[in-house]
Design a protein around this ligand. Structure first.
Ligand code: UN1
Length: 478
């Protein structure tokens, strides 16, 4: 594999054979059979230990993300922080995996639900968050009593190996309380992902990546009636209304559109601006985009590092061409940058394209810093534009009007899993549920009650009387 910074070869990995992958899944399943009986707060101790190790090595891990995914240092550190945060969250959660007690209609009966460990969980992650997305899934899975089988992106195996090493260290340090194979790593290309998706010993597959990949995984898992947790493509929009604080909006927009070189699933891709201010605001945006410092992602002050690879660059060029053919007007950006950046990396100027509405190309998620700018007249039209794409991950509105904000957040408002007011579309905290609707796949990861995905619910009815009473008044006595 190569670094996106300068295409330098970072190493070679041998993809796991089918036999090896199967062995890893079976080992994880075996570990699960023991792990599920370890009390949850003790399972939390392993996660605490992993979190402490990540905390101690925050800078080194962030450097690895920069090297392998091309993120600027601050965003790479932010991603490691996200891993630490979910560890802390999961440790607390280990004492809160609670179910309900429900009133029974029968005398001297009690109903309750319990949440039990589910099994070994398959986790498929993408290059753009090579550590955090694993952490969301694995740390919750571990406290829930599951084992974990991780198939990271073939573009970011070093990040995965580094985390796996830390996990193994933590397991060793906790001696024989932890089954050794509770966290497994399988390196490979998409065949490895397919193997995981079809494996009957993995009751849950959590997959992050493109909607195309998610569809294949979902169908494979559905064929064996398994469970999926999908976090797929986004096509996130932000509405700027006349009452918005434009300085704040501008900052939020540039971070959301350009951060991580436009390669977050939460990246801002569509900007819907009120017609009364779109021309003036477009000028400010062009200025903002043209002034984004581009370069080596480790250099101080750089905000825009490289795209992941040549394919990403060509996909961006094709999207720009399609946008222009479909009537879009390029206001700025899109060119490759070759001066003042490391050789052989794919560095680009962020592109701003004025469009009349959701052109065909605008409906597609292109993983690059391209922002489509479109006007609206009435808030209802803006919300309709926001919703009129197949993806439904993140969305935002900038407004000082309570009426507008609440309309956007209400039942006829944004149809996305994330709807924000006066902040951008990306950079969510881990405490809340993360995910989206429609082609985004419907899954919710990280905070809130996302842990329930990693457990099975049992409903228990207990009769503590000495008579057998049937529900619904049914009489059936011999
Ligand atoms: C992703 O791009 O797959 O909200 C995840 C954000 C980050 C996570 C992005 N916390 O932008």
């Amino acid at each position: 594999m190569r670094s996106p910074i300068d295409a330098a070869i970072l190493g070679h990995f041998v993809p796991a054979t089918a036999g090896l992958a199967n062995h890893a899944v079976e080992a994880a399943h075996g570990a699960f059979l023991k792990w599920r009986c370890v009390p949850a707060p003790l399972r939390g101790e392993l996660v605490r230990c992993i979190g402490n190790k990540i905390r101690l090595r925050k800078t080194a891990l962030a450097r690895l993300i920069t090297l392998e995914a091309g993120k600027i240092c601050s965003e790479a550190e932010g991603e490691v922080q996200e891993c630490i945060d979910i560890c802390d969250f999961a440790v607390g959660l280990a004492r809160q995996l609670h179910g309900l007690t429900i009133a029974s209609e029968r005398p001297k009966h009690r109903m309750m639900e319990q949440w039990q460990p589910l099994g070994a969980v398959g986790i498929i992650t993408s290059f753009n968050f090579p550590m955090a997305v694993w952490a969301w899934n694995a740390m919750l899975g571990l406290v829930c009593g599951d084992a974990v089988v991780w198939k990271p992106s073939e573009k970011a195996p070093l990040c995965a190996i580094a985390l796996q090493r830390l996990v193994e260290e933590a397991i060793d340090e906790m001696n024989d309380t932890i089954p050794a194979h509770v966290c497994q790593l399988i390196l490979g290309e998409h065949e490895a992902g397919e193997r995981i998706a079809s494996h009957p010993l993995l009751p849950l597959i959590s997959a992050t990546g493109s909607s195309r990949m998610g569809r294949v995984v979902a169908q494979t898992v559905a064929a064996r009636l398994g469970r999926v947790l999908l976090e797929l493509g986004g096509n996130n929009a932000l509405i700027v209304t006349p009452s918005a604080n434009l300085d704040m909006a501008l900052q939020a927009i540039v971070f959301a559109a350009v951060g991580t070189a436009g390669q977050r699933c939460t990246t801002l891709r569509r900007l819907i601006v009120h017609e009364s201010l779109i021309d003036q605001f477009a000028e400010r945006l062009v200025q903002g985009f043209d002034n984004v410092p581009i370069g080596h992602p480790s250099d101080d002050g750089v905000l825009l590092g490289p795209l992941i690879d040549a394919d990403a660059y060509w996909a961006m060029q094709q999207a720009l061409q399609a946008a222009e053919q479909q009537g879009g007007q390029r206001l700025t950006g899109g060119q490759r940058v070759e001066q003042g950046v490391p050789l052989n990396g794919f560095y680009v100027r962020p592109a701003l394209i004025r469009v009349a509405g959701n052109l065909d190309i605008v409906r597609e998620e292109t993983f690059a810093p391209i922002l489509y700018l479109m006007p609206y007249a009435e808030l209802d039209d803006a919300i309709e534009l926001n919703n009129a794409v197949s993806q439904g991950l993140s969305s935002a509105i900038f407004t000082d009007s309570v009426r507008e904000a609440e309309a956007f957040l209400g039942p006829a408002g944004s149809d996305c899993g994330i709807a924000n007011v006066n902040i951008g579309t990306s950079g969510a905290e881990i405490g809340a549920a993360f995910g989206g609707e429609k082609d985004t796949g419907g899954g919710r990861e990280a905070g809130s009650d996302a842990w329930k995905n990693y457990m099975r619910r049992t409903t228990n009815t207990i009769n503590y009387g000495s008579e057998l009473t049937l529900a619904q008044g049914v009489r059936f006595t011999l």
